[in-house]
Design a protein around this ligand. Structure first.
Ligand code: V55
Ligand code: FE
Length: 492
């Protein structure tokens, strides 16, 4: 029996949907740009069965992949649950067999396999188009390969057996200059292990390099940054241990007495070339971009002041601090020539932002100017709590933050809307940074439906040029990517 009635966070806009979807020729308001040709592929998750524990992390939802396919002047929509091993086991049993986020010790004995965390992944974080294939990623398991024509799940992927980490990040980086991908897995040899395996793949998905190193302490290593010369590994304050996991507890605990760490590894270097820098409490989740200038590495990232996740407890017993859980676009400078292991930090904008920031992907690893991200520009004109938004702050605007001038432009989605992560789509044929579209899904709380907004990325203030309207809620997205025609086989 399936019963979501006791789940306070799964109401209103966030009540479960539990269906795969197909729409041919979606309703469109406005004019679709004729040069938008490809697909917006989104990944997120929803609970197919209610969680085993009420205080479990929202990161533990079943992966759901969807696609807005732009083709011949129209848009088709498709959505599918990712058929992970876990999804299939749950469906066969008719209930939730899996326990806490990243704690296999809390799983039902029929599926418990603590030595192989990849087998319990929900694959719900980031789509990846690489080497002619489509994947769904989650940092606690291996990639799942997805058929881009149908969104059917093909199975897990280990890069022709050459990928040895048990886990694979949701945030690999593709170098736009060489076409190489730099990727990694942490907790690489098992839950709570300090091992990190780093891989460089050629554009065909074959491993060219593997580097193994250990972290000073086990922590979430959700994202990295890549320059033309270095790989930047930030992490901070979240900790765990075998004892915590074996005791059947939540995986991550916030310990602000631990230093925030940033490791810098030369792309052609070895574990002994790793340089660790440290600083005071920051919550380091997503990066924006980084570059190497002489002996300096410069990182731009929307790091938080403190614990960002309400469901990962503070070790000192203090309650989650919503007022301090804010992210700001910041710059970090690391001097590789200096013996000092402290970084230099500068807060570039005083406006708190959502940390799901995007750049023009053609400028990753390079000196880039614009950062696109959601933020709260105006207070919402509706009762967000009643509508199911527990945080009460509504992301209703996208900003284009100019790192060179310190100014920003704003797109406002509407006063009954909240926005998911945006995605920058380069205009085909152009090479100028920022020439293209900003797209993203808006939740319309008045109509209880989702709308994909399409904005000219150089004219945010003029509003959207088109909206693709779904007659239902598209569901929560974590990350999305644009796949240009020709990059993958796409449905027609
Ligand atoms: C994040 C998201 C995850 C996860 C770990 O946003 C970190 C950060 C959706 O899954 O498993
Ligand atoms: Fe992420």
């Amino acid at each position: 029996m399936v019963d979501f009635s006791g789940q306070p966070t799964m109401k209103g806009f966030f009540s479960p949907q539990r269906y795969d979807a197909d729409i041919r020729d979606c309703e469109v308001i406005g004019t679709l740009p004729h040069d938008l040709k490809g697909a917006f592929v989104r990944l997120g998750g929803e609970w197919y069965y209610p969680p085993k524990y009420k205080d479990d992390a929202a990161l533990n939802t079943d992966g759901y992949v969807s696609m807005f396919r732009f083709h011949e002047g129209r848009v088709d929509y498709k959505g599918r649950f990712v058929r992970t091993e876990r999804f299939q086991h749950n469906l066969a049993a008719g209930r939730q067999l899996y326990g806490y986020y990243r704690n296999g010790y809390t799983d039902d004995p029929s599926v418990r396999d603590v030595a192989h965390p990849a087998r319990r992944t929900v694959s719900n974080t980031t789509p990846l188009a690489f080497a002619g294939k489509l994947f769904t990623l989650k940092e606690d398991g291996l990639p799942y390969q997805i058929d881009p024509l149908t969104l059917d799940t093909i199975g897990t992927w280990d890069f022709h057996g050459q990928y040895r980490s048990q886990t694979h990040t949701a945030h690999p980086k593709i170098d736009p200059v060489s076409g190489e991908m730099v990727t990694y897995g942490y907790e690489a040899t098992g839950p709570a292990s300090k091992d990190v395996f780093v891989y460089t793949m050629d554009r065909h998905g074959h491993v060219k390099r593997e580097v193994r190193f250990q972290v000073p302490y086990v922590s979430i290593m959700h994202d990295i940054a890549l320059t033309q010369k270095h790989i930047v590994f930030p992490f901070a304050c979240y900790t765990t241990s075998q004892e915590i996991l074996q005791a059947g507890k939540i995986h991550w605990w916030w310990d602000k007495s631990k230093p925030s760490m940033i490791g810098i590894l030369p792309r052609d270097g070895d574990a002994r070339d790793m340089r660790w820098f440290q600083g005071p409490e920051r919550c380091m989740m997503h990066t924006v971009n980084a570059r190497t200038e002489g002996d300096k590495v410069i990182l731009e990232a929307p790091f938080w002041d403190t614990n960002f996740f309400p469901f990962f407890p503070n070790v000192d017993g203090s309650p989650w601090d919503r007022d301090r859980a804010k992210a700001y676009i910041r710059r970090y400078v690391f001097d590789l020539n200096s013996k000092d292991d402290r970084w230099h930090e500068e807060t570039l904008f005083q406006t708190p932002v959502v940390d799901l920031a995007r750049v023009d992907p053609r400028y990753l690893t390079l000196d880039q100017r614009y950062v696109y991200t959601g933020f709260t520009d105006q207070n919402a004109a509706f009762d967000t709590q009643r509508a199911g938004n527990m945080r009460g702050r509504v992301t209703n605007s996208y900003g284009r933050f100019d790192l060179k001038s310190g100014k920003f432009d704003v797109y406002f989605a509407g006063d009954v809307h909240s926005l998911q992560e945006c995605c920058f789509v380069p205009r085909p044929g152009s090479t100028t940074e920022g020439d293209g579209y900003l797209i993203g899904v808006a939740s319309n709380y008045a109509e209880m439906r989702s709308e994909l907004v399409i904005v000219d990325a150089q004219r945010l203030g003029e509003g959207d040029v088109a909206r693709v309207v779904l007659p239902f809620r598209a569901g929560p997205q974590v990350h999305g990517i644009w796949v240009q025609d020709g990059e993958l086989p796409l449905p027609v």
